[in-house]
Design a protein around this ligand. Structure first.
Ligand code: ADP
Length: 497
């Protein structure tokens, strides 16, 4: 295994003990706590990070409020655009460093960190940088009962202080998903990264500082869910909370938000159905199915974890899946030959292992994978794993695993198939592989999912809405829809008579 050398700048960054970023300054937590971050490829500690508690969250929220009511509230839209474009440039300039930091803390292959996170972060920031001068209200031709002549217009105002609680699977780009619309609309932010992957957010905070954003516009508090996330979600001076993570924690966030009726957006779990029709290009469909589940070690909320294959093409699809699974080179993210890194943590590794052994106990047929390669026992590695469970009896056919494990099921009747595909509490994504245009449209119309991909998977674009039906979430991120989620609409009536 040949690791890429760690850049001296990244070495320096990792070796410095990390503070919280509050009001534009790097400050130690009031209680002085810290925790370590480990590299999931070898379990070695790579950095020590501050552990924020309620008092630190209070300080960060206060700083965000102060900036909102003060300097940031007066910044013109064109200046917000300039700052966001500057930040996008700095992200790009720092791309190799950010890529290494993400790969080290999360485990994902460096090339995926670079292209799937850093480049995407710059793109998202640029997309949203175009918005500040385009957030418009309207004039409305009302008919007052008094007969008075009235002018009625609407104004879109920033919703206020936004809390952002993000997960570890895409530690940098998830920040951009939330910071992009918040900064574009003139909100301020308190960002809490996941405890497993706080480093890329801290690096981003350095770039935010260099870009010249006024202090307090973006604050970063590293810490644990209960210690830092829960007080942020419940904070009475936070106006909106944007969360991406598990459905279980999403529920807690929604409950905590009720106290002061925060606006809430939630991107939660999934168990996405991916459907192969008999007329599909099977080579392409199987490749898409493999990429859809194995990308990011399967730690993706849109993972294509339920694969429905028509009886007539089942054997061929399984052969192709075996080929794609065995073609993966499993190893540390910084080894240039690696195509699949470790799972993020020991907890996640145990969850995935637990599902694999339960699936075997429940009678699912293991087609390939299911083990940690012997030579990689230092880290949380898991082989790309394919199970066949034709009639979806095992729990791996229903529950989110968040690992590189696909459950293949077979079907023969199209109506029954659609029922089975929708028979889940989740509704984040779904896919169809076919060359039949009518079938593609018909099935896309029937699937209850926020994103439907036909002959593709995981296409996400800053201009297009993303989010879930059912228990996969509340609201949409990205695209023009998200601007509403970060603004309040004021309707102004002026009596002209
Ligand atoms: P996972 O279970 O995959 O680690 P989580 O949903 O637990 O995902 O975590 C996503 C984010 O939510 C992380 O930043 C985590 O610290 C945070 N979090 C966890 N528990 C809570 C909580 N009770 N309140 C607020 N945030 C939390």
């Amino acid at each position: 295994m040949a690791n890429i050398d760690i850049f001296p700048d990244v070495e320096r960054f990792l070796s410095e003990s990390k503070s919280l970023f509050i009001a534009g300054e790097w400050v130690k937590p009031i209680a002085g706590g810290s925790f370590t971050v480990e590299n999931p490829a070898n379990r070695q500690v790579i950095a020590t990070v501050s552990s924020a508690e309620k008092e630190d969250v209070d300080r960060a929220v206060q700083a965000a409020r102060y900036a909102l009511e003060g300097v940031w509230g007066r910044v013109q839209p064109s200046e917000r655009t300039r700052l966001m474009l500057r930040l996008a440039d700095l992200v790009e300039e720092d791309a190799h460093h950010l890529g290494q930091i993400i790969s080290l803390e999360n485990g994902k292959p460096y090339t995926n960190a670079y292209s799937g996170e850093v480049v995407i972060t710059a793109n998202i920031l640029r997309y949203f940088a175009g918005w500040p001068s385009k957030i418009e209200g309207s004039t409305i031709p009302i008919s007052p009962r008094s007969g008075a002549q009235m002018l009625n217009y609407t104004v879109k105002e920033p919703v206020g202080v936004c809390a952002m609680i993000v997960p570890w699977n895409f530690p940098l780009s998830m920040c951009a998903w939330k910071l992009g619309p918040a900064l574009a609309t003139g909100c301020t932010a308190v960002l809490k990264p996941a405890e497993q992957t706080p480093l890329s957010s801290l690096r981003l905070a350095e770039l935010i500082q260099r870009a010249g954003f006024p202090g307090g516009v973006v604050n970063v508090v590293t810490g644990f869910g209960e210690g830092a996330g829960a007080p942020l979600a419940a904070h009475p001076d936070v106006d909106k909370i944007a969360f991406t993570g598990s459905t279980a924690v999403g529920r807690l966030i929604a409950q905590a938000a009720v106290g002061n009726m925060k606006k809430v957006s939630l991107e939660l779990g999934g168990k996405s159905p991916n459907i192969i029709l008999p007329d599909a290009d099977i080579i392409r469909a199987a490749k898409g199915a493999a990429d859809g589940i194995f990308y990011n070690q399967g730690q993706v909320c849109t993972a294509a974890s339920r694969l429905y294959v028509h009886d007539s093409v089942l054997e061929q699809t399984l052969d192709e899946l075996r080929k794609h699974a065995s073609a993966h080179v499993i190893g540390p993210g910084l080894d240039p030959s690696t195509t699949m890194g470790p799972l993020v943590s020991s907890d996640q590794y145990e969850i995935v292992r637990g599902y694999i052994s339960k699936a075997i106990d429940e009678g699912a047929e293991l087609i390939c994978g299911g083990k940690t390669p012997d030579y990689l026992s230092d880290g949380y590695f898991m082989e790309p794993t394919v199970f066949l469970d034709k009639q979806e009896k095992a729990c791996i056919a229903r529950e989110e695993i968040f690992g590189p494990v696909v459950t293949v099921m077979s079907w023969s009747d199209i109506d029954e198939l659609v029922y089975r595909a929708n028979n889940t509490p989740f509704g984040l994504a779904a896919g169809v592989w076919t060359n039949n245009l009518q079938q593609a449209h018909r099935i896309a119309a029937q699937l209850k999912a926020g994103s439907v991909w036909v002959n593709c998977w995981n296409v996400v674009d800053p201009a297009s809405p993303f989010g879930g039906y059912k228990q996969s979430g509340w609201g949409r991120e990205m695209g023009k829809n998200v601007i509403d989620a970060y603004t309040e609409t004021k309707s102004v009536f002026i009596d002209l008579s």
